[in-house]
Design a protein around this ligand. Structure first.
Ligand code: TPP
Length: 668
């Protein structure tokens, strides 16, 4: 290593240490330990254009250990992204572009939001998977327009978290050879050395998955790191893990290799000792030597040149394959084919009924052949969730043009991989499982919502209505808990045609994830000649049935399968001259986004006799029923029996709704 290279690496270390010191908060040790690996990767290999962080064919870089955010911010600043030094000085402060953990969409060049350990692992797998899909679909012999790597820096914590196990297993099954992770093997986490809780042979574990594992015994040996990255790039059909033995807090005489270096400032005195030890000037802080900056800033010219070479290639490609080029551009811009919505089938009235999962499968198949960047699959539940596109091939190793993904029984990785696919750009990913197992993928759902990315979840078997499988499989609190996630749209359609509308919303919006919540059991398909159009779903709640003459006495609102119960109750109440309005409320988020006038027209403030019916936790419904209303929900776990019996036992019946209506009306 030359003296100048050493100073480049020390610049990363000291910018990180100074920023954490100034903020009096943050993580110094990881950036100091991983600085050499990051330098080699960013200065010698990473294909990126700091002036256009969104260039589609850039390499993706994921900092999995988001707590080491100052490593990424230092690299972004040094290589010329729009992240001035002032922002590094404002690390972790209100309004800065340098939040505690990297946030996608907040800081240019941050490919994904990381912090919850392990999530980035699946994100990188999703990015590499998306690259393979797009390459298989669009590249043509002699015309390569999609061709990039996905890199990441992985910490002990990332490898301890279960999601990385799931995602690693799938990545090698799929042969994602352009996925390259550098493991920051510093053997320290918060509570101490990894020997207190994490002692398996990590390299052997990854070899067993089928990864290429490359050991770098000295994580500061830049020649060895360089060689390792080169070997990783040469491996085309296996992902690579470069195990770099690093030292947390490298250079700090008092804290290196200790948990004390992990998550706190070095402290003024130790920082001074560290600078002395590394031969670094004590003043000024945030010092960047004059000859160091140009080394990093070579990225600006190199990135511009790489992108313009790609633009030329793309122009030639567009001349040779105009339709493909137009399609790729449309996908990358998040556009949809014209008139795709006409493919959504209309379902004729059917009293016998159709499960909304079945309707969803039909809709998905109808639109899936038109929107071929709608790519997804299920966590081994495709026959139940109805999420296979019929006659389309599987996405498998070497068969990357396949539309149907097989996630295996790996919900957590599925969620995290879906995020990576969406972040990559070009695809609209969906993933399916039973609603009850959304718990297994809640962390990536939360991150998708936080990032505002376009991911679609298909959650079926949405209540006690699944019957005999019993309480382990019957979601109770899941709707309430998903609705509690900001920026996640939850939609629980009441029949087949509402399901079609739900898919229309899920595909056409792109400001956050959407969860479609669907039944196992059949539901009547409403006659839309008699009842208002299912397009009402797009407003989140709409009047389905109203008294023909006069004002309703009572409002009955419900979602999904319970809408039919509300309608049956309304019929019975009408026989007793009690007038009721039935409101289908498939989505609170969509309803809340409507104008006050619209919401008041659906739920008139003057009517306080209100009943909500939903086969789940009543939590939250009071905002719509008010203090004078009642919620008929479920506040216990379910039971194993035919579903009609469970509904009876739990009081989710027409008779109960009628009784409650009498009760409310007698008090008012
Ligand atoms: C899912 C999750 N659990 C817990 C944490 C809190 N946490 C942040 S860093 C860390 C220790 C991680 O150690 P390691 O990954 O080895 O990072 P290093 O010590 O090398 O910086 C923990 C437990 C987290 N960020 N995410």
């Amino acid at each position: 290593m030359t003296e100048l290279e050493n100073r480049c690496i020390n610049t990363i270390r000291m910018l990180s240490a100074d920023a954490v010191e100034k903020a009096n908060s943050g993580h110094t040790g990881m950036p100091m330990g991983a600085a050499a690996a990051a330098f080699v990767l960013w200065a010698r290999f990473l294909k990126h254009n700091p002036n256009n962080p969104d260039w589609p064919d850039r390499d993706r870089f994921v900092l999995l250990a988001g707590h080491g955010s100052m490593l990424l911010y230092s690299l972004l600043h040094l290589t010329g992204y729009d992240l001035p030094l002032e922002e590094l000085k404002n690390f972790r402060q209100w309004g800065s572009r340098t939040p505690g953990h990297p946030e996608h969409g907040h800081t240019p060049g941050v490919e994904t939001t990381t912090g919850p350990l392990g999530q980035g692992f699946g994100n990188g797998v999703g990015m590499a998977l998306a690259e393979q899909y797009l390459a298989a679909r669009f590249n043509r012999p002699g015309y390569t327009v999609i061709d990039h790597y996905t890199y990441g820096i992985v910490s002990d914590g990332d490898l301890m978290e279960g999601v990385s196990h799931e995602a690693a297993s799938l990545a090698s099954h799929l042969g994602l050879g352009k996925l390259i992770y550098i493991y920051d093997d510093n053997r320290i986490s918060i509570e101490g050395g990894t020997d207190i809780a994490f002692t398996e042979d990590r390299g052997a574990r990854f070899k067993a998955y089928g990864w290429q594992v490359i050991d770098v015994p000295d994580g500061n040996d830049i020649a060895a790191l360089d060689a390792a990255i080169q070997s990783a790039r040469q491996m085309t059909d296996k992902p690579s893990l470069i195990v770099a033995r690093t030292h947390i807090g490298f250079g700090s005489p008092g804290k290196q290799d200790s948990p004390g270096a992990h998550g706190e400032p070095l402290g003024a005195e130790e920082l001074r000792h560290t600078k002395e030890n590394l031969g670094w000037p004590l003043e000024p802080d945030f010092y960047i030597p004059n000859d160091v900056l140009p080394i990093f800033r070579e990225a600006v010219a190199a990135g511009a040149a790489a992108e313009s070479r790609w633009q030329e290639r793309f122009s030639e490609y567009a001349r040779a394959f105009p339709e493909l080029a137009a399609e790729l551009n449309q996908w990358l811009a998040g556009g949809l084919p014209e008139d795709w919505g006409v493919a959504v089938p209309e379902f004729p009235p059917d009293a016998k009924g159709m499960a909304t999962r079945v309707a969803s499968g039909k809709v998905l198949n109808a639109i899936g052949v038109r929107i071929t960047n709608l790519v997804g699959g299920s966590a081994d539940l495709a026959p139940s969730t109805k999420t296979l596109i019929a006659d389309a091939p599987d996405f498998q190793k070497g068969a990357y043009q396949g539309l149907n993904l097989r996630f295996g029984v790996r919900e957590h990785a599925m969620g995290s991989i879906l995020n990576g696919m969406a972040l990559h750009g070009g695809l609209i990913p969906y993933g399916a499982t039973f609603l009850v197992f959304s718990d297994y993928m809640r962390p990536p759902i939360r991150l998708a919502a936080l990032m505002g990315i376009h991911v679609i979840y298909v959650f079926t078997h949405d209540s006690i209505g699944l019957g005999e499988d019993g309480p382990t499989h019957q979601p109770i609190e899941h709707l309430a808990s998903l609705r509690a996630i900001p920026n996640l749209t939850v939609i629980r359609p009441a029949d087949a045609n509402e399901t079609g509308q739900a898919w229309i919303h899920a595909v056409s919006q792109n400001s956050g994830p959407v969860a479609l919540v669907l039944t196992r059991q059949g539901l009547p398909v409403l006659d839309r000649e008699r009842f208002p159009s299912a397009e009402g779903l797009l407003k989140g709640g709409y009047v389905l049935e109203d008294p023909s003459d006069g004002q309703p006495d009572v409002l009955l609102m419900a979602s999904g399968s319970e809408v039919a119960i509300a309608m049956a109750a309304a019929t019975q109440l009408a026989e007793e001259d009690i007038l009721s309005r039935v409101v289908s409320m498939p989505s609170w988020e969509l309803f809340d986004a409507q104008s006050d006038a619209y919401r008041d027209s659906v739920l008139p403030p003057a009517i306080s006799a209100r009943i909500a019916i939903e086969a789940g936790s009543p939590q939250g419904w009071h905002r719509y029923v008010g203090s004078g209303g009642r919620v008929i929900g479920i506040e216990r776990f379910g039971a194993s029996a035919p579903f009609q019996e469970i509904y009876e036992h739990f009081g989710l019946t027409r008779e109960r709704v009628v009784r409650v209506a009498h009760d409310i009306l007698s008090r008012s």
